[in-house]
Design a protein around this ligand. Structure first.
Ligand code: ATP
Ligand code: CA
Ligand code: CA
Length: 577
């Protein structure tokens, strides 16, 4: 599949982008102007409060055209939500679509009561609009009483008239619930309160006055220095690692959804807009197609995904920060999806050759189409590109819990294969594992028991951990009957074979591990036994499939069989068990 090419420069402004991106095909350009009448993108009430967003009038946007001659890719423009999602959630039907979208329903009978206080007007004096999205608009306001008296705040106003389906109402309910539960992290917007009246829901939060990350990218002509990109990435990863540990997947990570607190160069960055966020249990897969087209992960389009989908979006943001262009681009939404599913991002053209190999490796390991091979947020913070640039304490990583659970249920043969592979890990990989081990509170003589997993999670748990049922999952692990793990066995249990496989050095790891396995793990194995090991059902012609995985000379595992064994039983088989 070919490379994606940048968007024509004249389409860069936020205004133009909105009307372009809701169109399927460039051929329909005559219809584009008409589509701005589409109710979902048209202005919300309170027109007197509107003021032009600084980004729209920003001279930086108009100053970029020259760059197109130098670089093939122009800077990014804002992303819009995936249309099918909007249709399903908000009951919108394209004029040429005969069928009623799935999930749309009659507005009559919808319960739009949220149980929030009705006293918004007596608590806050609303001021001018500071931003706008598909679902609401945000105003600045001043507290009139209580602890926020005299303080400037932001109020996201979501009109109830836009909540035309039960899903849309549920989304708002969840947005508030998640924000309330997660508030407190330094890179997450501070939530204060939620109100409602007959017309609107009001989400009161900290006012971020430094503007969106997208505007900062555009102001800089589309490109960040590596040093500055690292500062942004560390903050994004820190808050996302926190969300994931709580069992919350954001599902709409994009530069528009990160705001700087102040205009100061060193201002902290805050994640906002949990409107598409959801809870996900570590062993659960979500299936609704949600997000913004440029940032959507391939597995979301395949309708089976978890927190790794956010890591893909972070990869897209990192790519944009470093080179100023989107990794996957096409004129139509379906074209973007095709690129996301099939195209490889361009790392050949300027400025990529002048970007450090660590940075390139970092982005590639997030933009891996196989979600199992992608870095987690905690791992990304330990990546060589970032590791020296921050002093964050790496949080617990849920992937460890998932891998350990599978390890414990594995056969002795697979455990010894993993033990051999663990012996080939490099210092950065061991450093990450050591930190994760320490977080589990090993005893003085260096062992952790299954109970330690629960104790560790309870330390950082919030209401969200309960709602996402992460606690149930961890409780299940802590009840597993298994001997204590020392650091060596912990490494074997917590390494991800898929992630190692994504590395250029995989072949060396695997060959070296096979040599070690040959010395003290390999043994004669029957085809039927191997089939059971790998969870292959009776429908698989095992004699044909597995013959290369057993060495004809002595009946022991071949290199191929060893690698297959490392991967273990397929997750599908495990789920059935
Ligand atoms: N706390 C805040 N401080 C300042 N501005 C804010 C704040 N929260 C939101 N905004 C502004 O309002 C815009 C819209 O807010 P938000 O992204 O929450 O709305 P939305 O309708 O859910 O957007 P989307 O279309 O991305 O789903 C933001 O992009 C930002 O510019
Ligand atoms: Ca938004
Ligand atoms: Ca939103």
């Amino acid at each position: 599949m070919g490379l994606c090419h940048g968007k024509p420069i004249e389409q860069q402004s936020k205004n133009l982008q909105i009307s372009n991106e809701i169109e399927e095909s460039p051929k329909n350009s005559s219809q584009k102007a008409k589509s701005s009448g589409f109710p979902f993108y048209s202005p919300s009430p309170l027109p007197s409060l509107f003021k032009t967003s600084p980004a729209v009038s920003s001279s930086s946007v108009s100053s970029t055209p020259l760059r197109i001659f130098k670089r093939p890719f122009p800077p990014p423009s804002p992303a819009k939500h995936i249309r099918a999602l909007l249709a399903r959630r908000h009951g919108f039907v394209k004029p040429n679509e005969a069928s009623i979208p799935e999930g749309s329903e009659c507005e009559v009978g919808l319960d739009k009561k949220f149980g929030f206080s009705k006293q918004f007007a007596s608590h806050y004096e609303i001021d001018g609009e500071v931003g706008r999205g598909h679902f609401g608009y945000t105003c600045s306001a001043k507290g009139k009483k209580g602890s926020l008296k005299g303080q400037d705040v932001a109020v996201k106003v979501i009109p109830k008239s836009k909540m035309t389906t039960a899903i849309a109402i549920e989304d708002v309910r969840r947005e508030v619930k998640i924000l309330r539960a997660l508030t407190g992290h330094k890179n997450l917007v501070q939530f204060y309160d939620a109100f409602e009246d007959d017309e609107n829901v009001y989400i009161v939060m900290e006012l971020c006055q430094g503007g969106e990350l997208l505007d900062k990218i555009l102001q800089r002509g589309g490109k960040y220095s590596e040093v500055d990109a690292k500062k942004v990435m560390v903050q994004i990863l820190s808050v996302v690692a926190y969300c994931h540990l709580q069992g919350v997947v954001h599902r709409d990570l994009k530069p528009e959804n990160f705001l700087f607190t102040t205009k100061d160069e060193s201002s902290p960055l805050k994640a906002i807009d949990f409107g598409l966020s959801d809870y996900v249990r570590p062993d659960e897969r979500l299936n609704d197609i949600v997000g913004s087209a440029y940032y959507v992960a391939p597995e979301v389009l395949h309708r089976t995904y978890g927190t790794e989908a956010d890591m893909w979006s972070i990869g897209v943001i990192a790519y944009i920060l470093l080179c100023g262009s989107r990794p996957f681009w096409a004129r139509s939404e379906s074209g973007i999806f095709r690129a996301v599913l099939k195209a490889e991002p361009n790392f050949e053209e300027a400025p990529w050759p002048s970007i450090s190999p660590d940075a390139v490796d970092f982005v590639k390991r997030l933009l891996n189409k196989d979600y199992r091979k992608r870095l987690t947020a905690a791992q990304a913070l330990c990546h060589p590109w970032l590791v020296g640039s921050h002093e964050l304490k790496i949080p617990s990583d849920m992937i460890i819990y998932k891998l350990v659970k599978v390890y414990i249920m594995s056969s002795a043969l697979r455990k010894s294969a993993l033990a051999a592979l663990a012996k080939t890990l490099t210092v950065p990989q061991l450093t990450y594992l050591q930190e994760q081990f320490n977080l589990l509170g090993p005893s003085k003589n260096g062992y952790i028991s299954m109970q330690n997993y629960k104790t560790a999670i309870l330390k950082s748990s919030t209401e969200a951990t309960k709602d996402s049922r992460v606690l149930d999952f961890v409780h299940m692990i802590s009840c597993l009957q298994y001997k204590k793990l020392d650091f060596e066995e912990f490494c074997a249990s917590a390494l991800s074979v898929y992630q190692l496989e994504a590395m250029e050095t995989w072949e060396q790891h695997a060959r070296r591990a096979y040599e070690l396995f040959e010395k003290d793990g390999n043994r004669v194995i029957m085809i039927e036994e191997l089939a059971t090991e790998l969870g292959l059902g009776p429908s698989v012609p095992v004699q044909v499939v597995l013959q290369d995985w057993i060495r004809h000379s002595d009946g022991k595992l071949s290199f191929l069989g060893f690698v297959r064994l490392l991967h273990g039983v397929s997750s599908r088989t495990l789920q059935k068990a």
